[in-house]
Ligand binder design. Structure first.
Ligand SMILES: [Zn+2]
Length: 689
């Protein structure tokens, strides 16, 4: 019910947000098992024989708009054709190469999941082990729309009665724990995570939460569009009251990017002093949490506000709020009247989607959310070529080397800081494809015919799994994304990069394509994740994953000056009608885009040493590199979704991920022979890495 990745991975930075509505971790996608690879991605393999031009789809020419001058708007030059031919499908808020691949992967996951629900024997044959039985039961129960309709709100009734039976604030903690276990994130979020200052320890965390709308801005911004949306969202003044109070007390997203701003380790006595009206003992007992002696209270002021709310808000209003939060979380798994109502506001009004996604897509996403590694294991077995893993690892090695050279060559950084940066780079762990050890789902019960119960048990299982880590050694092999996910992430507490199987296919990686495009696409993705270790946020963590300053004051001041240049650059980009990109919210991603493209370029150039320069499809190798990069970001977005993204998404819109990045590279100007001063070759450039 919560978007798991966002909720859990507070210290992880993803490549892109797929914008999955509430319901599942970002689902993922893959293409056919690319009839295995002739041309080699890494330099090692890019060996001897020149690739026959006929076998190489170097550039997606049909995706380009060649009438546009690449020096004026490279994004449109590279993607104009794609944009014209791929309008946003009615069931989506946006459409992109990421989205198309994710959708294709959903189709593959459906093939894995779809068995005749009515034929139990067939199900047994298709699902010989316990995990597979659970997958089949979960999915077929979800697909049984008639059955869900017949059950009505019966599955919700016990919790509705518990809320109605609430007699005092003293009874709230146990009830709230029960709702939290079911995935209802009322009032605040409770979980576990690595201690930012001691990456060897997992501690409990309590964080801001409790809002139904996508961001605090929706409650607090007074412009006409936001205010209308907020009023429509809350059909009860009581709910709007409670949520606005919580929104006011929440830090804004850009401020939350400062790791020190969300780190306040408190003992139990300090926690109790902060929230005298809330009985934590009862809460933790009902949550079935392991003992908690200290925890990170990400936003102490927020918890204070929760406490104030408990004292000032009448019981009846609290009950209304809890009922709403419960219904909001459960709506996608209830009969169609609830599903449609939830869609109409959260996806259509706020996101610009015109139609509800087909049920099978929603059910694939839900199954991925609850049993993602069981499903992912099947996905990997059927669709992931081990050769893709080997080649990606080799490419990671090359990009890492390029990054090492980049650090060594920086003229603005002193030797002492460089040495620490190099140590951190060397310590990055590279995880490719899928986890070494698969998650054990034996304690998750899946009941045929009980969709809401299955989703809630999935949430409870996940929370219990996380809380069980408290006080235990950190599990370094764990993944925060499922294998079919079309995305990637860097985690600063783990100091690792994670590239799921789902993204290792066209247009990101294609063994049949020439090297230039692959370095520009998946090479830049790898460089992006690596650079996250050194963006404005990641650079505050050392190679062991600890929040610790390893910069000399002079180097730090210069780094801040350089990242401020990037923040200002992107803040000037208009987006979502009358809004602008928030350069501070997107600074980490933009820094990663810029550094990532640069090191991928350097890796590509290094791989070409001694090789002939060969034009393909009329493009030089360097031009193909930049086109390969740009074309992964081709996208169309509804105005509503773009407005929401500008407020909530730490990534810039696709067009600026391309144009905002290439303008900073003289190598781009050279590749396309742009006149100095043209829009893509400005005099003023920004560069951190
Ligand atoms: Zn990123």
């Amino acid at each position: 019910m919560t978007i798991r990745f966002a909720a859990s991975a507070s210290l992880a930075t993803a490549l892109a947000l797929g914008c999955p509505p509430a319901g599942s971790a970002a689902a993922a996608a893959d293409q056919p098992p690319a009839a295995v690879p002739p041309a080699a991605l890494p330099a090692a393999a890019a060996s001897s024989a020149p690739v026959p031009a006929a076998a190489v789809a170097a550039v997606g020419r049909e995706d380009m708009e060649t009438g546009i001058d690449p020096c004026v708007d490279f994004y449109r030059y590279a993607c104009g054709g794609w944009m014209a031919h791929h309008p946003v499908p009615p069931d989506q808020r946006a459409w992109s190469r990421f989205g198309a691949l994710t959708d294709a992967n959903r189709g593959k996951l459906r093939d894995i999941l779809a068995v005749d629900a009515a034929d139990a024997k067939a199900a047994e044959r298709a699902h010989p082990d316990a995990d597979q039985q659970k997958l089949g039961d979960f999915y077929s129960t979800c697909m049984d729309e008639a059955g869900v309709g017949k059950r009505g709100v019966a599955a919700l009734q016990p919790d509705l009665e518990r809320i109605a039976a609430l007699r005092s604030a003293a009874e709230l903690p146990a009830l709230l724990a029960r709702l939290h276990r079911a995935g209802v994130s009322a009032l605040f979020r409770f979980s576990a995570a690595q201690d930012a200052k001691d990456a060897t320890a997992v501690i409990a965390t309590v964080d801001a939460g409790g809002l139904a709308l996508p961001d605090r801005d929706y409650y607090l911004k007074t412009d006409a569009k936001s205010a209308a949306q907020a009023r429509a969202a809350a059909d009860a003044a009581a709910v709007l009251d409670v949520e606005t109070t919580l929104a006011k007390a929440s830090l804004d997203r850009a401020s939350r990017r400062d790791p020190l701003a969300v780190y306040h380790k408190l003992g139990r006595a300090e926690l109790a002093a902060l929230t005298p009206s809330f009985g934590w003992d009862g809460y933790l007992a009902a949550l079935e949490s392991p003992p908690v002696s200290s925890l990170n209270v990400a936003e102490p002021d927020f918890l204070k506000a929760v406490d104030g709310l408990l004292r000032s808000t009448g019981l009846a209003n609290l009950q209304t709020y809890l009922r709403w939060q419960l219904l909001h979380a459960a709506a996608p798994w209830l009969p169609s009247a609830f599903v449609n109502e939830s869609f109409a506001f959260f996806d259509k009004t706020l996101g610009g989607a015109q139609e509800l996604k087909p049920r099978w897509k929603r059910c694939v996403e839900a199954t991925d959310g609850a049993l993602g590694e069981a499903l992912g294991r099947e996905y990997v077995a059927r669709w992931f070529d081990p050769e893709a893993k080997r080649r990606t690892l080799a490419l990671v090695g090359e990009v890492e080397k390029a990054m090492g050279r980049d650090i060594a060559d920086l003229d603005w950084m002193g030797g002492e800081t460089k040495r620490r940066a190099e140590e951190k780079l060397a310590a990055i762990a590279n995880k490719i494809g899928y986890p070494e050890a698969w998650r054990d789902y034996s304690r998750l019960a899946v009941v045929r015919g009980d969709l809401l119960g299955n989703v809630e048990r999935g949430e409870a299982f996940e929370l219990a799994r996380r809380l069980a880590k408290i006080g235990k050694p950190v599990e370094r092999q764990e993944w925060l994304m499922t294998p079919p996910t079309v995305n990637a992430y860097y985690n600063s507490s783990m100091n690792d990069i994670n590239i799921p199987a789902g993204i290792l296919q066209p247009p990101f990686y294609d063994p049949a394509r020439d090297d230039a495009s692959n370095y520009g696409a998946i090479g830049a993705v790898i460089g992006h994740e690596m650079t996250h270790g050194f963006d404005d946020r990641g650079s505050q963590f050392d190679g062991h994953g600890n929040l610790a300053d390893w910069w000399t004051p002079a180097d730090e001041a210069e780094f801040k000056r350089r990242t401020a240049c990037i923040a200002d650059e992107y803040s000037a980009f208009p987006a979502g009608g009358d809004l602008h990109v928030n350069g501070r919210l997107t600074l980490g991603e933009n820094t990663a885009d810029n550094g990532g493209l640069r090191v991928a370029y350097q890796a590509y150039e290094a791989s070409r040493t001694g090789k002939p320069r060969q034009a393909l499809d009329g493009f030089t190798p360097e031009q193909r590199f930049f086109l390969g990069f740009a074309q992964i970001w081709c996208s169309n977005t509804t105005l509503e979704a773009e407005r929401q993204n500008v407020r909530t998404n730490p990534h810039s819109p696709g067009r600026y991920r391309v144009d905002g990045t290439v303008v900073n590279m003289p190598e781009f100007q050279q590749a396309f022979q742009c006149k100095a001063g043209s829009p893509m070759a400005p005099e003023k450039r920004c560069r951190a890495w």
